[in-house]
Design a protein around this ligand. Structure first.
Ligand SMILES: [Zn+2]
Length: 144
């Protein structure tokens, strides 16, 4: 699967998913991509626009639970902070120290358009925030 590495394209904020949008193929490819890139690069999250889809959707690993898909995610709450080095599949070779919340609550829909709410902390909070950034066109190089 091809990953978008064009900065100009990655800078474009994604569109909110509408009720009648058919996102089946996008979701399938996101999960497929996540599985593929996790095996090769230990990728833990993937945003739809990294695969060229202009939609506000991301997937992330929840090991040992199955990976999740969040449609139209919003950062509902955040608490504390953590600073860690991050890499990005779309920016090969780039490592940036990024300050993120320590805990977040993310609200959105699952792939079946049912409301979901995730309380995440530590690495999971970091992954979700990294992917949320992608969806609004923000990249780790913006934290340098
Ligand atoms: Zn990334």
């Amino acid at each position: 699967m091809n990953i978008v590495t064009d900065i100009k394209q990655l800078r474009r904020p994604t569109e909110w998913v509408k009720d009648n949008d058919d996102i089946g193929e996008v979701v399938d490819n996101l999960f497929k991509g996540l599985k593929e890139f996790k095996e090769i690069y230990n990728t833990l999250g993937l945003a739809a626009n990294q695969l060229g889809y202009n939609l506000r959707i991301f997937v992330m690993v929840m090991t040992p639970s199955p990976s999740v898909c969040i449609v139209n995610p919003i950062l509902h709450k955040e608490k504390g902070h953590q600073v860690r080095s991050e890499v990005c599949l779309s920016l090969p070779g780039v490592v940036v120290k990024v300050k993120r919340p320590q805990q977040v609550v993310i609200k959105g829909l699952n792939q079946n358009q049912k409301p979901v709410k995730y309380r995440l902390r530590g690495q999971r909070a970091r992954i979700a925030c990294h992917e949320l950034d992608h969806l609004v066109g923000k990249l780790i190089i913006d934290y340098r």
